[in-house]
Write a new protein. Sequence first.
Length: 133
Amino acid sequence: LLLMTAVLAAQAVSIHAATDLFEWRHDYVSGLTPNSRGVDVAMNDNGDLVSIAYTTSGSDEKWLVTRHDNITGGVVWQKTVGVTGHDCRPVAVAVNWSGVVYVTGYVGGPNGRDIRTIAYNRQGQDYWTHTFN
């Protein structure tokens, strides 16, 4: 049984994970504002754990996509997605059996919002990106 939560407390997005084998908590403090929010967490059967959040600063919003070490909660890699001057928010995250991470959300632009899905390989490199208008 895996229990994961993502919450905002004192300007830190906090991810707490617990199973029979491990328990950890990871707080995002650097670069976050009171308008930051944890959105979703996902884990596959191999223990690849990913969280998504967003942070707002003025008119800029950015996605934060983070892959965690499943035992310690430490950051393995982190990606930021954003369009300066526009709203951008992640909505959902999934991790497949091989560790490929899929994140879907919206990104703002001059003609309104677009839906974007990004895939990252297990090492955090961009695998592909699809944007739908």
